[in-house]
Design a protein around this ligand. Structure first.
Ligand code: NAD
Length: 479
């Protein structure tokens, strides 16, 4: 089948035997386009192309790499409104959020363009007379990149940019639900001056394209972002040929509100962290852990803010929260809302399907109170605009509840106490800790990642990305 949006393999736009429609979740009658669905054979060709391209690219001039990545960044910035619109149209986050994410992708490429010029090794005195020891970093080889649907351009960017900057070649498989932004990024990369095969895009299903990438013995490293269940499968499969692994997975991020918190700060952080981007963020604050002295005021103020939110078409000016990404995710959110009620929690706000001008997956943000930490809505990742308020006695109980989870991505606290802020930063079992800031919303030049079931392997982003995308060589020389 001829799809207008094809795969990019070995420097060519390649047709696939199947295609899938990219549907706007704000308006299911709006089809963004038909995108190629690759298969195992496409992966085979792409991996072979990446393998062939690797020796030259891994030794390419760092200034050439800098220029290519800088060019990609410049084009992303120049087209951020248009690309942001495409992103919001296919994923359902609001237009300002879509443009914000595209801007982030531009910043990431700019950062790693600079990193091309900052690669250095170490020269170390030997314990043996006359011997020189050099410690250098070399690219890993062919890297397979597998990304989820909730950040359709930022996550591809934060994997592709460091992979190329450090001299690896890439086979990228974006989420099949939202291939548009990844395709647009591939189109920019295709015109940026990369040698054929250095970057390849194979769109399609996880069970075919993703699976073939995991199983391919010539894929030296896999960087995956997605759910815990898929992550576990990725690890088990790719370890079969000792592929290097980086897994970023789910979260059940706590946001603690203490009696001494500034109420407005606590409410804004909770609103943003739990509900913006339709709650579809791995760093979303899905557990609001609130001490009893502020609990009722906090819940009342948060409900008031929720009631003022506009839930509508992602592209409409004034929309605060767009639709859920698709029917499957909407069903999952509604299931959890039913489960929460059945478990005995109080649905204090929202949680019902909404009808808008166009047919889309609209859901009123849901706030549960009277939630026990043992309930499923307090333990499992829902990945929608659903938050659970857990009432606790004091800081000690709040910290214990915050850490009582199989996840460990981000954790936040609202407090004016220096003592509690410092203690929480040290004792929250999470890769990222926020004080008087939402659990979601991070910088692009510092490490990103978590602990426990949320992450496995080296961190992403900033200079820490080097740990995954390079391998260390120690060379001894007797001159
Ligand atoms: P998912 O696990 O369903 O899919 C992620 C990717 O894996 C997709 O590209 C999918 O096609 C692919 N895949 C599926 N089966 C595969 C297989 N057998 N082999 C290889 N690849 C396969 O996740 P999703 O629904 O797209 O995204 C939501 C999840 O992502 C949530 O759990 C969220 O927390 C997580 N997430 C984590 C981070 C982070 O940095 N920690 C960031 C964003 C999203």
């Amino acid at each position: 089948m001829t799809a207008p949006y094809r795969n990019f393999i070995a420097g060519e736009w390649i047709e696939a035997s199947a295609a899938s429609a990219n549907v706007n979740p704000s308006n299911v009658a709006d089809i963004i386009g038909d995108y190629a669905q690759g298969d195992a054979a496409a992966v085979e060709t792409a991996v072979a192309a990446a393998k062939t391209a690797f020796p030259a690219w891994s030794r390419s001039n760092v200034y050439t790499r800098y220029e290519i990545l800088k060019k990609v960044s410049d084009e992303i910035f120049a087209r951020k409104e248009e690309l942001g619109r495409l992103l919001s149209r296919e994923e359902g986050k609001t237009l300002p959020e879509g443009i914000g994410e595209v801007t982030r992708a531009g910043q990431i490429f700019a950062f790693f363009a600079g990193e091309c010029l900052r690669q250095a090794g170490e020269l170390v005195p030997s314990v043996r007379p006359g011997v020189r020891v050099e410690i250098t970093r070399e690219p890993v080889g062919v890297v397979g990149l597998i990304t989820p649907w909730n950040f359709p351009i930022a996550i591809p960017a934060w994997k592709i940019a460091p992979a190329l900057a450090y001299g690896n070649t890439v086979v990228m498989k974006p989420a099949d639900l939202v291939p548009g932004s990844a395709w647009a990024l591939a189109d920019i990369l295709a015109r940026a001056g990369l040698p054929a095969g250095a970057f390849n895009l194979v769109m399609g299903r996880g069970s075919t394209v993703g699976q073939a990438l995991l199983e391919h013995p010539d894929v030296n490293a896999i960087s995956f972002t997605g759910s815990v269940a898929t992550g576990r499968h990725v690890a088990k499969t790719a370890i079969g040929h000792f592929a290097r692994l980086q897994l970023e997975m789910g979260g059940k991020n706590p946001f603690v509100v203490l009696d001494d918190a500034d109420l407005a700060t606590a409410v804004e952080c909770s609103l943003n962290g739990a509900f913006f981007s339709t709650g579809q963020r791995c760093t979303a604050s899905s557990r609001l852990i609130v001490t009893e002295g502020i609990h009722d005021r906090f819940v009342a103020a948060l409900k008031e803010r929720l009631a003022a939110l506009v839930i509508d078409d992602a592209l409409k000016p004034g929309t605060h929260i767009g639709p859920v990404v698709d029917q499957k995710q909407l069903d999952q959110d509604l299931d959890y809302i039913r489960i929460g009620r059945d478990e005995g929690a109080t649905l204090a706000f929202g949680g019902e399907r909404l009808n808008r001008e166009t047919e889309g997956f609209y859901l009123a943000p849901a706030l549960f109170t009277d939630v026990a930490p043992t309930m499923r809505i307090a333990r499992e990742e829902i990945f929608g605009p659903v938050a659970a308020v857990v009432r606790v006695r004091d800081y000690d109980e709040a910290l214990a509840v915050a850490n009582d989870t199989e996840f460990g991505l981000s954790a936040g606290i609202a407090t004016t106490s220096l003592k509690h802020a410092a203690h929480f930063k040290r004792n929250a079992e999470a890769g990222m800790v926020m004080v008087n800031l939402a659990t979601a919303g991070v910088d692009f030049h510092v490490p990103f990642g978590g602990r426990k079931g949320s992450s496995y392997g080296p961190r992403e982003q900033g200079t820490y990305a080097r740990e995954f995308y390079t391998t260390v060589k120690t060379a001894y020389e007797l001159p």
